[in-house]
Design a protein around this ligand. Sequence first.
Ligand SMILES: *[C@@H]1O[C@H](CO)[C@@H](O)[C@H](O)[C@H]1NC(C)=O
Ligand SMILES: *[C@@H]1O[C@H](CO)[C@@H](O)[C@H](O)[C@H]1NC(C)=O
Ligand SMILES: *[C@@H]1O[C@H](CO)[C@@H](O)[C@H](O)[C@H]1NC(C)=O
Length: 718
Amino acid sequence: MPPPLPPKPLQPNRASLSFLFLFLLSLVLYVSLSPSRNTPSPSSSSSSSSRNAPADSLSAPHRLFLSLHPGANATIAAHLRALTLRPHLAGTPAAARTASYVISHLRAAGLRVASADYYPLLSYPASASLALLRPDGTLVKPLPLAEPADLEAAAVPPYHAYSPSGSAVAAPVYVNYGREDDYSALHRLGVDVRGCVAVVRRGGGYRGAVVARAAARGVAAVLMFKAADHGGVERGTVLLGGVGDPLTPGWAAPNTAAADGGGERLAADDREVRRRFPKIPSMPVAEVVAMEILRTLGGPPMPRGWGEGLPSAAKSGVGPGPTLVNFTYQEDRKLAKIQNVFGIIRGSEEPDRYIILGNHRDAWTFGAVDPNSGTAALLDVARRYGSLLRSGWRPRRTIILCSWDAEEFGMIGSTEWVEQNLGRLSSKAVVYLNVDCAVQGDGFFASATPQLDKLIVEVTKQIQDPDFEAMTVYESWIVNNGGISKIERLSRADSDFSAFLHLAGVPSVDFYYGDVFPGYHTVFDSYKWMVEHGDPSFHRHVAIAEIWGLLGLRLADDLVLPFDYPSYSARLHEHATALSALLDGGGSVQIQPINSSIDELTVAIGEAVEESKKLQEVDTTEDFAALRRRAFNDRLILAERGFLETEGLKGRPCFRHLLYSPPEDSESKLSFFPGIADAISQARKHAGEEEQLRIQHEIWRVARAIQRAAAALRGELI
Ligand SMILES: *[C@@H]1O[C@H](CO)[C@@H](O)[C@H](O)[C@H]1NC(C)=O
Ligand SMILES: *[C@@H]1O[C@H](CO)[C@@H](O)[C@H](O)[C@H]1NC(C)=O
Ligand SMILES: *[C@@H]1O[C@H](CO)[C@@H](O)[C@H](O)[C@H]1NC(C)=O
């Protein structure tokens, strides 16, 4: 059964208000709409005025965008229904049908449509089996690997993409979350996990990293379950070492499966390629299946906390054995066609500057939450942009709506596209705005590179909260967070912003409603769940579409880009403080280079703020005013690229952002400065002179990156 997650019942009655808006706005627009006007700074809007008149500080086209609200929830619901009729795993015919659906609706909205196809290496299950055996190897019973079959699911059975084929007849051992500490605890208990089948519960970080940690300890195979899973089993990828097609690291996968045409692919047994796959097979299993195994275990009793949240019957020993399990898995690895789809609105004045909005379309199962709540919202953004186009508006800069494929396998569609266009994106992309699961519950959540924090706040102040009539999204967001607009950073590579930010250094945002979704990657991720629990009246979807679309409009139309670098400086100070606390008593390591570079960046930011004020005041008709603004905007864009280092993080060239990329050690205490984080993790394992030097080296690399950002912002060579 889907878990009971009662949604908030309150729905603002804003249809009538919006009709009034629409009517008045149409009048105003009819006489005064002119493209490419500047957007007045919204900073003057107080919270009370934003509540009563959410759109009053916006330009006419932007107000028109928000006014296209009535009925949007029904349109979005219809899109979601259509997109989620069948499971549509990447590389299957059902996935191709969703591409056609998105193409036809982008076209109907009046956008120019393009697509980019690739043939990366995808991974599907061919067969699998699991059985519980007595210590003498005779069968106790077979254990099911499928989810409950009551949903007429043509869904792929639960599996881990890129798990190698393999089999094991071995003693099971319970390793809790499979973290370093858990293995240390087992070691202290005298438990030898070598050659065993590890039963691990989700919660120890990225599932690929959990499998890799088990493999490093000589475990033969991994069975992974989620506590309190309500019968669903979580599919997912276990690809390691970065994002994108494993056969084409750093370049785009060819757009044909032909072995001799279209482009280069590495061989499957290439060292580079093998590095991306775990060494041992793994499989997700239902909690009840894991419990069937755990309750047969002897050995030392579970350490404190290891049974927490598990059914009490399972609280036995950690094993290994005395029972055995017989696990087999056969993978079907093949090149398959994936389709990225684009809707494009060419900019009127700066067509070569790109505002990129993206969401993936492929799903493990029906994908009502992940990702098609976002796809349905994207199509609503397209519909509204289409109306603006028909009213005569043209964005100043080019807007591209992207519908990515094969995200679930490792951000493959977006990464291949970024790799193919890396040079052009590096010089011309302004921003990447990602929405993956638009709605997975209640409460607004956002992550961003810090220069976008202020814009997110401004935009959420313009949007009616979907659950509380008297509030804006901003107001209910800060109420939920003890009075602050809490924005996370984008250090994880868990959605399509990864290649944009971590590889190309494009300022990025990711946002959604709801933080935990119990049906994640299971067959319960269905339209039915969305209607019954996630967003019964689809107003949260509407709020996401409005935030997304308005962010896009501000970034496309504002004369001076709404990037706020003082926020970057403040975050860097916080990061330096956290690092300094972590390194306290950390031997000979000096953090000072980072502090000096932050000071240098802060000075450059102060100058940029002054310059920005002057540019805001410049008379648009003045000679070269447009050129001066464009040069200044370019410096705002390129500052983020400064944080990139060409060769990337050690052994992981697709992660080049030295402030926000995923640390290799998924248990790292730092969620920023990934190179330093990994050097510290290394030093914890072997404390030596060499490890201290590596930390210091990584500190210098970050300091130089921050200096490059400062230089880019100043726009000077020296
Ligand atoms: C393990 O399972 C496989 C597949 O069902 C079967 O072929 C094999 O004989 C089993 N091995 C044992 C020892 O039960
Ligand atoms: C859209 O919102 C209205 C007003 O809240 C509601 O009555 C209607 O049922 C919603 N439509 C859908 C499809 O949820
Ligand atoms: C570096 O800056 C951080 C934050 O501003 C501060 O906590 C730390 O003490 C500084 N360290 C040095 C060596 O200046």
